[in-house]
Design a protein around this ligand. Structure first.
Ligand SMILES: *[C@@H]1O[C@H](CO)[C@@H](O)[C@H](O)[C@H]1NC(C)=O
Ligand SMILES: *[C@@H]1O[C@H](CO)[C@@H](O)[C@H](O)[C@H]1NC(C)=O
Ligand SMILES: *[C@@H]1O[C@H](CO)[C@@H](O)[C@H](O)[C@H]1NC(C)=O
Ligand SMILES: *[C@@H]1O[C@H](CO)[C@@H](O)[C@H](O)[C@H]1NC(C)=O
Ligand SMILES: *[C@@H]1O[C@H](CO)[C@@H](O)[C@H](O)[C@H]1NC(C)=O
Ligand SMILES: *[C@@H]1O[C@H](CO)[C@@H](O)[C@H](O)[C@H]1NC(C)=O
Length: 148
């Protein structure tokens, strides 16, 4: 293998590495839409902004309030008791590694998006103490633990 070829190969590997380090586009879509569908009158999530949504995780840590990460992906969203209003975005289903979703004790209204059923890793879903419409995901075959 000549030097030029080798350098090309190294460059290609490097580009692949850089793109794989970049955060997951679906976590970004998830946060961007959630930020739009919720309102935060008490400014509890003041460090939530579009700039950080493109890379919410650094391996297991996140600078964003209420977010825990694992292997660079969001796995826990704990936004309980923050006086949040608005609705649950169906794009939450884009947080495909989500294991815990806690939106309890807020003033969230509207339906529970059926899209959430595609979150196959979701083990804990706590939507208690909100103003949601009839809960329909109870008894889902995916083994959700649903708390009203
Ligand atoms: C995000 O979720 C929407 C609605 O469920 C879906 O149509 C879209 O394909 C998803 N996008 C990504 C990047 O996962
Ligand atoms: C969404 O982001 C804006 C800043 O871009 C912020 O002011 C607002 O509080 C955020 N909303 C939520 C629900 O975090
Ligand atoms: C990510 O976390 C590691 C270890 O905690 C730290 O050394 C590194 O500077 C962080 N990177 C960014 C971009 O924050
Ligand atoms: C909810 O938040 C309010 C205001 O910060 C606080 O007084 C209250 O103790 C919290 N309730 C729970 C159950 O954490
Ligand atoms: C949000 O603000 C309202 C009005 O100022 C206050 O009653 C409530 O306790 C606050 N909620 C939290 C979670 O801090
Ligand atoms: C669900 O949220 C409510 C209110 O924040 C809390 O009292 C309850 O313990 C939570 N349940 C679980 C299983 O985390």
């Amino acid at each position: 293998m000549d030097v030029a070829c080798l350098m090309k190969l190294v460059l290609m590997l490097w580009i692949t590495l850089i793109t794989s380090i970049k955060s997951d586009p679906s976590d970004e879509a998830c946060l961007t839409h959630l930020n739009k569908s919720l309102q935060d009158p008490n400014k509890s999530l003041e460090n939530w902004n579009e700039a950080t949504f493109s890379k919410p995780c650094n391996e297991s840590t996140s600078t964003l309030k209420g977010i825990l990460c694992n292997n660079g992906r969001i796995y826990k969203l704990s936004l309980n008791n923050l006086s949040l209003r608005g609705t649950i975005s169906p794009f939450l289903s884009n947080c495909t590694n989500l294991q815990t979703l806690d939106l309890s004790s807020n003033f969230i209204t509207g339906p529970i998006p059926p899209e959430l059923q595609s979150l196959v890793n979701l083990a804990v879903l706590n939507l208690s103490s909100n103003r949601l419409e009839a809960i329909r995901v109870i008894g889902s075959p995916l083994g959700f633990r649903c708390i009203e």
